[in-house]
Write a protein that binds this ligand. Structure first.
Ligand SMILES: [Zn+2]
Length: 274
């Protein structure tokens, strides 16, 4: 009886191996909240995350990510042209974020005027639209570099409570810098938004890196590229500033997978798949 089971076990594992050879899949990145996951498979395969088809490039690259507070189990299914499937369950690791409580804030700071609210709404709809763009660029799969050399002064996920009320969390990486310091493209891409005077974020630029991955740069004092321009990794695209509602010059760099905000630090750490 035992021998019989062992044989069946071996037989099954051989089948599994054959399947694995048919459906080659590699993943890179940390499965945690704010995480950035690169994938590679045969470009002929169909890749679905939670039932939604992900774009696979002609070299087999795809990407996905997890939001700051993602507590779901995600199902990644790769199907080859013969209909064979590989299923992977991705459970983002829960993180602890920096929480800061500030008491005694005056009312007028907490309630901006209606004109400002209208402008801020317009800004965020423009930003939203830029982050919704799907392109077949594959720059996202080739690794990111930091856009400036400054010290990191603000991290992803941190949150302030004013008078006990939670403010929206901080989604960028803040880098210390002086007004005019050069900001470099962290990866190749195309400029999809360049506005000099958004209400909160001031000089704001968005670069598309492909498959829904975008970089956003906030509080800029200047920009050296225009919407539609192709940029190369390391190319100087803008200058650090304190425009919009910023306390001083710094660069706030954000990364999105469509509307899902990812941790730029985890993007920097994710190694390209060879
Ligand atoms: Zn910031």
């Amino acid at each position: 009886m035992f021998k019989m089971h062992l044989l069946i076990g071996l037989y099954l594992s051989c089948i599994t191996n054959t399947y694995a050879e048919d459906i080659n899949i590699k993943l890179s990145g940390e499965v945690k909240q704010g995480g950035y996951i690169l994938g590679k498979t045969s470009p002929k395969n169909l890749v679905k995350l939670d039932g939604k088809i992900l774009d696979v490039s002609s070299s087999g690259d795809f990407v996905l990510g997890f939001s700051r507070d993602d507590k779901k189990n995600h199902t990644l299914i790769i199907t080859n042209p013969e209909g064979k499937k590989v299923t992977k369950t991705l459970i983002p690791k829960v993180r602890q974020y920096k929480i800061q409580r500030v008491e005694g804030i005056a009312k007028k700071i907490m309630q901006p005027n209606p004109k400002a609210v209208t402008r801020a709404k317009l800004d965020s709809s423009q930003v939203r639209a830029a982050r919704e763009i799907t392109s077949n660029l594959t720059a996202f799969s080739k690794g990111f570099i930091a856009p400036i050399k400054g010290t990191i002064t603000g991290v992803y996920g941190s949150q302030r409570y004013y008078n006990g009320k939670p403010k929206s969390p901080h989604y960028g990486l803040d880098y210390a810098g002086d007004r005019g310091d050069p900001v470099k493209a962290p990866a190749d891409g195309i400029v999809t938004l360049n506005v000099s005077d958004m209400f909160y974020s001031g000089g704001t630029m968005i670069i598309d890196h492909g498959h829904g991955i975008t970089s956003s740069f906030l509080h800029l004092s200047d920009s050296y590229v225009n919407v539609g321009d192709k940029v190369k990794q390391g190319e100087i695209i803008a200058a650090v500033g304190s425009s919009g509602r910023a306390t001083g010059p710094h660069l706030d760099w954000r990364i999105n997978w469509f509307q899902i905000r990812l941790d730029p630090m985890l993007v920097l750490k994710t190694k390209p798949i060879k």
